[in-house]
Design a protein around this ligand. Structure first.
Ligand SMILES: Nc1nc2c(c(=O)[nH]1)N[C@H]1C(S)=C(S)[C@@H](COP(=O)(O)OP(=O)(O)OC[C@H]3O[C@@H](n4cnc5c(=O)[nH]c(N)nc54)[C@H](O)[C@@H]3O)O[C@H]1N2
Ligand SMILES: Nc1nc2c(c(=O)[nH]1)N[C@H]1C(S)=C(S)[C@@H](COP(=O)(O)OP(=O)(O)OC[C@H]3O[C@@H](n4cnc5c(=O)[nH]c(N)nc54)[C@H](O)[C@@H]3O)O[C@H]1N2
Ligand code: SF4
Ligand SMILES: [Mo]
Length: 710
């Protein structure tokens, strides 16, 4: 090619090359990192990349999931049109046909099975506006009590514990910027390094500043590597471990008596119970040496400031509520809350894990963290919604219990929005069989997920790039994600879809919104005066102030960075302690001759939840393309498992096949399998159906299994 020709092409390329930058927010975890999508048009092709953008929470950082987040929305498997199942195959239909089909099915079910036969299964990955109208649609549009969401499997234990102890549940009691100045940190059952990677610098700074870090996890992880002390607890034994901590500080006179007397009730009962226990017994139960229990407890109690964090390791247990409460007993007994650099945090999981549990898609809740069984709360919300409070249904049941009701024939129709329960619920084989019994299942999703496959109708949803709305991040900071792109094909925003369904059902007067902000403004009113009060927050303020931490009751209120400085949110203003037994009310599975090993489950850095999105991302899928079994070398030897070999892992409920990954990082009595894969690698086929009696959290973190090399 001549120089002249080359020059011609170069100029031509420069001519058509353009770059557009869109502000957005990561669709994945609770950090809600702000980022920018950069679209470059080169000749006839568009390319995309994602970079971080400065903000008070993630400070411009991104992890590998954020950097590759744009890959799944552009994937060729995106659902772009409504799909109706005809003779077992999905066929494209128009929106008009889809809506008429829904109308017919809903009316038929309501006539034959009653209003309570319809249900909604929502999500904490949708915006506050969407969570809010999903709750309203269930109660006003469908008149059913049956709505719950995937956050039940996620934050419910910590939320219940915080509500009971403090009278208020906001994941972190302090903003993240206090972490670097604290003196001692306990990380209990949280793997922040892989699950909220951009939070790590706050903890690394704390360490540089001399903080002592204690991790509690049955496995060594990139998070426990940061710790000065790692308590390799036996799965499911956190409540007992916290009793050990309490016992040590009571025996060694390290209780903050002034704080306890002034700010709490119930300590004497805790003290009486704990004094009846022995550290030997606790050490036996937990598998943690007495010396380590003592060091952890005395360090935390004797320093000037301290922060304790829990996540799903402690919470996803059938005693999750009380396990968290016992750590809260310890935080209060040591006076480490309500003051600078001291506090508690349940590290939120999903992008809107915080906001989606505040505005009414939980079975027992109304917006603003109001309760559906409280007459005053009902009256407030009914007024905002323009209905009589007697018309509001009562409380429904939890996520997993809805599948039990489906199985029993009580629920015959379901709207599923932004979740994949066939992979994420415990006892997955049962869930799948139950779903097949539904007369009518609509799945609103980006893809034909493992659950959407069972749907009668799939509706194409918008991705984070196409949907505007607020997301409340890990700090309790209400952030605004702007839409960057138009919806592809005939996809629509989740809130639009709900409004259109409401309209064909003749309920349009309750759903008159033109844009997400209209919904937010109603949400502000509905939450006004409630616990999670968003009234003072507006889109304009969020844009100007880079997010606002709730509660924010007035438009001139600056938001709340640190909670409980003067009092707790309980009726008497005091934190409420309760004694927690070493062992749960419902016995957890114990290793036996047939199922000799503990199985615990969780996450890895490169994949997200059931993997529907990240398995569609070439860059992320390339890092980990299949599931695995983490197993100690001694255990592998005992069960004759070779490295990188296929292993059948079975519990009394089912069997999966995964590849062995031999590692000294895990306890010898425990194996670990991540839950990001489906079908024959769906680890939830092994997990049991017992639920925490209070919050209905499944016991994802403890099952018992046997293993066999294939
Ligand atoms: N990469 C990635 N990041 C994510 C997600 C993801 O899927 N992938 N999901 C997001 C969501 S929704 C959530 S909820 C969060 C979850 O965040 P985390 O709760 O931090 O994640 P997990 O891996 O489920 O569990 C944390 C740790 O608990 C440990 N553990 C297991 N059993 C026990 C036990 O009995 N006691 C104690 N103390 N520890 C135990 C596990 O070994 C694991 O290291 O992450 C969010 N971020
Ligand atoms: N064994 C085990 N099981 C667990 C856990 C565990 O630690 N161990 N953790 C539990 C936890 S903490 C959680 S949070 C749950 C999560 O469980 P799920 O809610 O089932 O998880 P996702 O994979 O996020 O499912 C989201 C679905 O919505 C689609 N989607 C994404 N964005 C949108 C959107 O904007 N609109 C719509 N309509 N659809 C969208 C995705 O394609 C995907 O199919 O899993 C729980 N299950
Ligand atoms: S996955 Fe979480 S930490 Fe990673 S970029 Fe997204 S929001 Fe940030
Ligand atoms: Mo979660």
């Amino acid at each position: 090619m001549t120089d002249l020709l080359l020059k011609y092409f170069r100029t031509k390329q420069q001519e058509v090359q353009s770059e557009k930058v869109y502000d957005t927010q990561c669709p994945f975890c609770s950090m809600q990192c702000k980022m920018q999508l950069i679209e470059q048009s080169v000749v006839s092709r568009k390319t995309y990349k994602t970079i971080g953008k400065d903000n008070p929470t993630s400070q411009g950082r991104l992890c590998i999931k954020g950097m590759n987040a744009h890959q799944h929305p552009f994937h060729q498997d995106r659902v772009l049109h409504p799909l109706l199942k005809v003779d077992g195959e999905f066929v494209r239909i128009s929106w008009e046909e889809a809506l008429q089909y829904i109308k017919k099915q809903v009316e038929e079910i309501q006539a034959v099975d009653g209003h309570e036969a319809l249900s909604i299964y929502g999500s904490a990955s949708i915006t506050n506006e969407e969570a809010y109208i999903l709750g309203k649609f269930a109660r006003v549009g469908l008149k059913t009590p049956y709505i719950d969401y995937n956050g039940r499997l996620c934050m419910s234990a910590a939320a219940t514990a915080a509500n009971q102890t403090f009278g208020l549940d906001r994941g972190l009691t302090n903003s993240l910027k206090e972490i670097p100045s604290t003196r001692v940190i306990i990380l209990a059952g949280t793997n922040i390094a892989e699950c909220q990677p951009t939070i790590m610098p706050y903890f690394e700074k704390a360490k540089e500043n001399g903080a002592y870090i204690i991790a509690i996890d049955p496995r060594e992880t990139p998070t426990t590597q940061l710790a000065d002390l790692h308590l390799k607890v036996k799965p499911g034994m956190d409540a007992a471990l916290a009793n050990g901590f309490l016992k040590v500080i009571i025996d060694e006179n390290l209780v903050d008596e002034d704080f306890v007397n002034e700010r709490a009730t119930g300590f004497e009962e805790v003290k009486d119970y704990v004094q009846s226990l022995s550290l030997d017994e606790i050490s036996d139960l937990t598998g943690v040496p007495i010396e380590q229990i003592r060091t952890a407890a005395t360090k935390f109690a004797s320093e000037e400031s301290g922060m304790l964090f829990t996540a799903r390791g402690v919470e996803q247990q059938i005693d999750g509520t009380v396990a968290v409460r016992n750590f809260l007993n310890f935080v209060i007994a040591t006076g480490k809350i309500g003051k600078p650099y001291s506090g508690y945090g349940a590290i939120t999981g999903q992008g809107n894990g915080q906001g989606a549990r505040e505005h009414g898609q939980k079975a027992d809740q109304l917006p603003g963290y109001r309760l559906i069984e409280n007459e005053e709360h009902r009256a407030h919300v009914a007024k905002v919604w323009g209905i009589d409070k007697g018309e509001l249904p009562r409380k429904g049941v939890s996520a997993y219990e809805m599948f039990q009701k489906i199985n029993d024939g009580e629920i015959t129709g379901m709207f599923l929005v932004c979740s994949n329960p066939v992979v994420s619920n415990p006892n997955a084989i049962f869930v799948k069989e139950a779903l097949k019994k539904l007369k009518f299942l609509v799945a609103v999703d980006l893809f034909v997920s493992e659950t959407a496959k069972f749907a009668d109708l799939i509706l194409p949803a918008s991705s984070y790039l196409e949907d505007e709305g607020t997301m409340t991040n890990v700090e309790g900071r209400v952030t605004l994600r702007e839409a960057s792109r138009p919806c592809p094909g005939e996809a629509k925003n989740d809130w639009q879809i709900i409004c259109e369904i409401a309209k064909v059902l003749g309920k349009e007067k309750y759903f008159p919104y033109q844009k997400a902000e209209d919904i937010f403004n109603e949400l502000r009113e509905a939450s006004r005066g409630g616990i999670a009060d968003y009234y003072g927050i507006t889109y304009d303020r969020i844009r100007k102030e880079q997010g606002i931490l709730w509660p924010c009751p007035e438009v001139n209120h600056q938001g709340t960075e640190r909670l409980f400085e003067h009092s707790f949110a309980t009726p008497n203003g005091k934190a409420k302690l309760i004694p927690v037994s070493n062992t749960s009310a419902i016995p957890k599975e114990k290793p036996c001759s047939e199922y000799p090993l503990y199985l615990t489950t969780g996450r890895i850095m490169s994949h997200y939840l059931t993997g529907v999105q990240t398995r569609k991302s070439s860059a992320l899928a390339a890092r980990n393309f299949e599931s695995y079994l983490e197993i100690h070398p001694e255990t592998a030897k005992k069960y004759e498992i070779d490295p990188n070999s296929l292993v059948a892992v079975a519990s009394k409920r089912g069997k999966i096949t995964v590849r062995s990954k031999i590692s000294e990082k895990i306890r010898q009595d425990t194996v670990f399998v991540p839950f990001h894969w489906a079908e024959e690698q769906n680890v939830n086929m092994l997990v049991g159906e017992d639920l925490d009696p209070t919050c209905k959290m499944p016991g994802f973190k403890v099952s018992t299994v046997n293993i066999r090399q294939i």
